[in-house]
Design a protein around this ligand. Sequence first.
Ligand SMILES: [Zn+2]
Length: 272
Amino acid sequence: MNRKSIRGLVLAVLCLSLFYVTGCSTVPFTGRSQLLLTTPQEEAQAGEQAWREVLSQNRESSNDKYRLALKRVGGNLAKVANKPDYKWEFVVFENAEPNAFCLPGGKVGVYSGLFQYTANDAELASVVGHEIGHAIARHGGERMSQSEVQDIGAQAVATALDGKSAGTAQAILVAYAVGTNVGVMLPYSRTHEYEADKLGLIFMAKAGYNPEAAITFWNKFGQLSQTGTVGEFFSTHPMSDKRIEEMKAYMPNALDQYRTAPNKKNLGETLK
Ligand SMILES: [Zn+2]
């Protein structure tokens, strides 16, 4: 065996043991198995760092109606997301584009432009619930892990294990599709998008919002994407009839959760 093949073998064993230690996880509610080389703590730490960057580069909205709506709806969703280690924060940023995101650790940002399309609390809950779904299902960690696997090598493994590396906050911003000076915007995969849709339905229903409002919201949004008003959110969250169909197919599960929700609000407050 030459030096090169020994090095390759060592790497292979190292990678296999990494998969063994940190590799396997299951998404709550959907039960899908996923490969993760990052830990929730590393993701949350990188999320904090990315959040500070977002806060320093964006202006908070002074619209009290929007701010109160996000705090109210976000607070209700956070309660049912059942993540006691998350330090939830909900901030509306002044930006005409419709956009929303949730970073690992529970940092939620919504652009003021989104409120043109949310008729009530329940519709706002559907999009915020969807974003919280991406974070709870650790889609960003999974995407980072997938790119590590594609470029497997000592350097990549070291990066995966080093939550404090300088590039991690940027990687988290990219992975969670937050377009703040990142330059690279990657669309979520269809698997992640459908999964976030399902989790969003579950969270809004458990929080007491009628999950049918998700259909009205995403239909409205889908039509908007066909008019050519395509912003960042559409490029990272491709909208399709198939997504609506999948949501409708999953609706009975969400309605089960809604029936047993302790504090039903139906559509909640009107936001127009
Ligand atoms: Zn999404």
